[in-house]
Each structure stands twice: as C-alpha cells, then as structure tokens.
Design a protein around this ligand. Structure first.
Ligand SMILES: [Zn+2]
Ligand SMILES: [Zn+2]
Length: 444
C-alpha cells in the first residue's frame, strides 16, 4: 500500500503558533495534503484485526505532528496483538483528554464509482473472497485525527493538560476498544478524565454536526445459533429432521419477540445477518448456522430477546421432533458485544456550547438515538466512570443532501456500497469542531 506519505509530509510544515481565531485558516492550509491522505486511506481499506498499514500511517503522521507514539497496543482474547495506536502530547499540568478514531473497514465491494474507490479484495475469516471498503468512513476519522493533532500542536499556547489520541482497531467487530484496555492502556499511558470522538453520518449534510445527549446508540449483542437436525437424502425428508425448514421457521418467529414480547416503548432490533447450511440441492444437511445481532437500550429488553431466542430455537426443534442430543445451540459472544453508547450529559452540553460558538447554532443539530452500535463507550469503563461523548459529523455533499431531502429520499448510508462522504468539507468541519472542543476541555 502506498498512501501518499511524501505529499503529506510536504503539506505539514510546522509554523508559528496559531491563535484560536486562526484555526479555520490553519486547517484550510492543511486540507490539500489531508485530502490526499484521505484518498490514499480510502483506496486501501483494511478489515478489522488487519489495520496494519492504516495504523502505521496514522502513527507516522502523529509522530510527525510532535506526539509520542506507541504502536501495536491491544491484545485480543486469543492472544493475538492488535494494531492500536496511542499518541500522547503533554502540555503542562491539567486534565487528560482522550480522543478516539477507529481505523477498520468493512467487507463490502465499493460501488461509488469514485476515482479513488477501493479495488481491494481479500478473504474474510471464513475464507470467502470479499471486497473491502471504508463504508463506515473510518478513513474520515483517521484523517480528521491527523488534522486535529497538527492543530493542537500548533495551538499549544491555547490549552494545557495531556492529549491522548487513540487509533482504535476493530470497531466493526466491537472488540478493538476492549483489546486496548486488556493490553493495559490506562495503566501504561494514564487514565483520561474524559473521552470524545466523532463519527461521520449520511443523516446530515457536510458542514453540520449532530448531537444526542444521554443514550445515543444501542447496545449490540452478537449471538450464534446452530439449528441441528438429522441429514439425509433430499427425496426422503421423513428419514431425517430438516434443519433448513427449522431455520426458516426460527427466523420468522424471531420477529415476534420484538413485536409481541417486548414493550413497544423499548426500542429493539433482532437481525439474522448470516446463514449457512447445506452443500447441494438434494441433500438435507445436518445443521444450519446463523449469526444474529441484537440491539437494545436496556438490560431488561436485552434479556427478553435472549430468552426469546433460546425458547424459539428450542420450540422449533421440539415441534420438529429433534432428539434432545441434537438440540439447538445458542451462544452469546461476549467479546463481540458492546454496551449502550452513553453521552455524558454535562460533557455533552460543555462541548455543544463550544461547537455552537465555533460552528454557528444553525450547524449544530439535535439528533435522536439510533440502533447502530459503537464500542467507543468501552473507553468510559464499567458504569460510565469516565465521561464520554461522541458527536455526528455530517458527511454528504450539501447539494446532493438537499436534493435527496426534497425528493423525500435519503442518500446512501453507512455500511452500504455507495456511501460517499465529500472529503474537503467533512474533514474541515470535523477538524475545526474537534480541535475547538479539545481546546475548550483542556482548560482546567
Ligand atoms: Zn460501522
Ligand atoms: Zn463506524
């Protein structure tokens, strides 16, 4: 992978100290080089657990910006090393602020048609060939972080304390933040007083930010279900127990957990995103494997769903006459689950008032909670001990966004093959907003 390192190096020349009112001009000066970095990252995405080149590029840029950088921070439960990046800039006495950017991409074939679209293909964990795409915009996050690092270094006279920048691997598999903490992140580098992050979105136009105080993103719980039957000849179903038919019944019944068992006030989603069973049309297979994701905002609704999944699987097997030793297997994957993302209300309001001043009230939008999940909240530790806050960064070309809205449509969203952030305006807004927030928080 060749990500325009030379261009980036030329674009960043450390200059005279920058004053707060000069921040937009400073960022504008950095933008051409940053857009090149962004396009390089976009064209060379890497899947979760494999962020080797992206993390190396981020680490190199943060080092050039004057930070003390440690790479390969993070340990997964299987003992493998993660590609986490920790960059520290100490600037006298004061609070420690953690800012996080995630780095991983998704197994999606890009269909934006952009000149810098990803052509990357790789094998996923099951050995299937997949495309790879920055369809969640983590390339925007990494590039914004480089811009923030440069801005904060140039504006050292405006803040005091310690800035801890985190390049986080494996957000999409929601085990990256946990891996960094398991590798003693806070013991080695200090415990932050607060943590903030941004995430791009197609729900608002570039140039805007949106904010949800309190619970802003649902918890995510990963569940594997194996429906076991008894295989046989496709022409003789009476001699076996068909797990494909049972899986079909199970999937349809699952949705009644949400619609008939949950309180309608409790937002809940259950999705079967992956299903595998069988090898040939005339063979009844032995089993069908499914991967589910469950999204909820409370433990109560999560427990209703998990109990419902177990009962539904058992009920389907029972009614098909599956023997007990072939009962369904339901496994909850703790390592691939994330808690509710909770925006600490006081921290949210503090940052919001800064963003309103810096970006203009008309560009700071109130947003409702969503069912997508994040592992950023993991940096806040159990019980939200460290206040955390994440804001949404509008990423869609304002003209295209307005045209879609006028037609009552939405632009292609996160995790789709046509998600297309507009680089310049999105990056400029993200860097100015995040730098202003960081400076405001690093004052006392
Ligand atoms: Zn994502
Ligand atoms: Zn994301």
């Amino acid at each position: 992978m060749k990500i325009c390192r030379a261009v980036a190096a030329i674009a960043f020349l450390s200059a005279a100290p920058v004053m707060a009112q000069d921040l937009p001009a400073f960022v504008n000066g950095q933008l051409p080089g940053l857009v090149d970095i962004y396009k390089g990252l976009h064209a060379h995405p890497e899947l979760s657990h494999h962020e080797e080149q992206s993390s190396a590029l981020l680490a190199g840029e943060l080092r050039k910006a004057g930070f003390s950088v440690t790479e390969h921070v993070g340990k997964y439960p299987d003992g493998s090393q993660a590609f986490g990046v920790v960059a520290i800039l100490k600037n006298g006495a004061g609070p420690t602020l953690l800012i996080r950017a995630d780095m991983d991409a998704l197994p999606i074939i890009e269909e934006t048609g952009l000149p810098y679209a990803s052509q990357v293909k790789t094998k996923n964990a099951s050995g299937q060939e997949v495309g790879v795409m920055h369809a969640c915009g983590h390339d925007i996050h990494m590039t914004s972080m480089i811009g923030v690092a440069r801005s904060m270094a140039a504006m050292k006279g405006q803040w005091h304390g310690t800035l801890m920048l985190i390049g986080q691997p494996s957000d999409e598999t929601i085990d990256g933040a946990k891996a960094m903490l398991a590798d003693h992140l806070y013991e080695r580098f200090g415990t932050p007083d607060m943590a903030i992050a941004l995430h791009d979105t197609n729900r608002s136009a570039a140039g805007t930010l949106s904010i949800t105080p309190g619970a802003s993103q649902a918890s995510s719980t990963s569940v594997d279900v194996t429906i076991r039957g008894i295989g046989g000849h496709g022409s003789a179903p009476q001699a076996g127990k068909d797990p494909i038919v049972m899986a079909a019944e199970f999937i349809v019944q699952l949705q009644t957990i949400v619609s008939r068992q949950e309180d309608p006030h409790d937002l809940t989603v259950v999705t079967v995103g992956d299903i595998h069973g069988g090898t040939k049309r005339n063979i009844i297979p032995d089993e069908v494997k499914m991967e589910l994701t469950v999204r909820t905002f409370t433990d109560k609704s999560l427990n209703i769903v998990l109990d419902g999944i177990r009962r539904t699987a058992q009920g389907v097997a029972l009614s098909a006459g599956v023997p007990e030793d072939r009962a369904p297997i339901v496994t909850i994957l703790k390592d691939e689950s994330a808690p509710v993302n909770y925006n600490n209300p006081a921290l949210t309001m503090r940052v919001k008032s800064t963003l309103v001043k810096t970006m203009g009230a008309e560009n700071v939008i109130d947003a409702t909670p969503i069912m997508a999940s994040e592992d950023f909240g993991v940096f806040g530790l159990e019980g939200h001990r460290i206040p955390t806050f994440m804001f949404w960064l509008g990423a869609i070309d304002p003209v295209k966004f307005a045209a879609a809205e006028a037609e009552g449509k939405s632009t292609p969203g996160l995790h789709t093959s046509r998600f297309q952030p507009v680089p310049e305006l999105t990056l400029r807004t993200g860097i100015v907003a995040m730098t202003s927030a960081a400076i405001a928080l690093l004052q006392n």
